[in-house]
Design a protein around this ligand. Sequence first.
Ligand SMILES: *[C@@H]1O[C@H](CO)[C@@H](O)[C@H](O)[C@H]1NC(C)=O
Ligand SMILES: *[C@@H]1O[C@H](CO)[C@@H](O)[C@H](O)[C@H]1NC(C)=O
Ligand SMILES: *[C@H]1O[C@H](CO)[C@@H](O)[C@H](O)[C@H]1NC(C)=O
Length: 376
Amino acid sequence: MAHRFLSSANRFSARFAFIFTVSLSCTYLCYSIIFCRGTIMTNQGYEGKRCPPSKNAGGKKLLGKLDNCASLEVRSALDESAAQRGSNDLRDQSKAPGSFGGHWTEAKLRNMSVAQKYGNKKLPNALIVGVKKGGTRAVLEFIRIHPDVRALGTEPHFFDRNYDRGLDWYRGLMPRTLDSQITLEKTPSYFVTREAPRRIAGMSPETKLIVVVRNPVTRAISDYTQTLSKKPDIPTFEELAFKNRSLGLVDTSWNAIRIGMYILHLENWLQYFRLSQMHFVSGERLITDPAGEMGRVQDFLGLKRIITDKHFYFNRTKGFPCLKKPESSSQPRCLGKSKGRTHVQIDQEVIEQLVEFYRPFNIKFYETVGQDFKWD
Ligand SMILES: *[C@@H]1O[C@H](CO)[C@@H](O)[C@H](O)[C@H]1NC(C)=O
Ligand SMILES: *[C@@H]1O[C@H](CO)[C@@H](O)[C@H](O)[C@H]1NC(C)=O
Ligand SMILES: *[C@H]1O[C@H](CO)[C@@H](O)[C@H](O)[C@H]1NC(C)=O
C-alpha cells in the first residue's frame, strides 16, 4: 500500500507518507478490534440476534436506564468494568449522601440480571472452605453483594459428601456468571475433610481458598451450643471435651475439639496448594471491623474494593455488625443472625485447660500462616 501511494504521489515526502500509512494502519486496527469485540459479545450474549424482543419486563426494569438491546447491555456492563480499573469515581459516588444502597444495589441487581440472562454456569474459582462456626455465612453474605461475585446460597457439600455425583452435577448447581465475574460457594466442612484438598486441586489447582478462623475454644463452645439446641440429650461439654479431665486429657476425637486444631488440617491443604492461594479471615476481626476484613478478602480475590464501611452498621443490642442491604433482600442482615443463642456457661477452669491445650497448635498455625490471630 505504501509503495503505490509513494509512486502515485511523488511530491509528498517519504516522511509524510510514512506518517499517513501508520495512521491508516492504526485506524484499521482499531476498527478490527472494535468489530471483533462486538462479534464476540454478540455470540456470547445470545446466538446471532442483535436486539432481542424485550420479553423480560422485570429484568428490563432492573436494567433501568440501560438500552434494551441485549448485546449493548452486556457490552456496557463490561465496558464499565474495564473503565473502572484504575479509576476512583465509583468510590466517590458511593460517598454521596443517600446514594449508598441505591447505587451499588442497582449495580448488583443489574449485573445479576445480565448474568442470569447471558452468563454461563461455571465451576467455582473460589471457595470458602471453613471453618464451621467461624463466620463463613457472614463472609459469604458480605462478599456476594459485590457486583463481580456470584455465589451459591446453599452449601453443596460437593467435595465431601457429593463427590460421586461428578463435576457436571456440581457445575449445574452454580449461578450463571459473566466471564468477568467470580463464582463462589461455601461449605465449611471442606477444611477438615481429608480428601477435599486433593479433589479441589483436581478440579483446578488455581482455586482460591478462603478460611474463616476463630479462637478454637470459642468455636468449640459455639459448635457444642448449636448441637445442643438440636439434641438436648447430649452429655455436657466437659464430659465430651475430656478423656480424663483431672489429667487434663483432651478428647481429640471429638469433632468440636478436632476442628479447632487448624494447623493439622492446614498441613493437608498445603500439600496441594500454595499458601498464597489461601486467605485467612479472622472471625474476631470480622465482628470488630467487617469492612477491613472484607477489604482484604476483595484484594485476595482480585476485586476492586467496593464493599466498605458504608455497607455495614453495628447493632448494639445484638453486638454484631449488620449488612444494610444484602444481595437477595432489602432487609438488613446481621452476623450472628440465628446465632443469637447465648453460649452455654462453661467453667472457667475448663476454658483455661482448653486454651492450654490449643496453644501449641495455635502458635504453629500463626507461624505457618504468618499472621498472629491473638487467641491466647
Ligand atoms: C483419670 O486419671 C486419674 C489419675 O490417673 C484416675 O485416677 C481416674 O480414674 C481417671 N478418670 C477417668 C474417668 O478415667
Ligand atoms: C438489632 O437487633 C435486635 C435484636 O436482634 C433487633 O430486635 C433490632 O431490630 C435490631 N436493630 C436494627 C436497627 O437492626
Ligand atoms: C457490574 O456492575 C458494576 C457497577 O456498574 C461494575 O463495576 C462491574 O464491573 C459490573 N460487572 C459486570 C460483570 O458486568
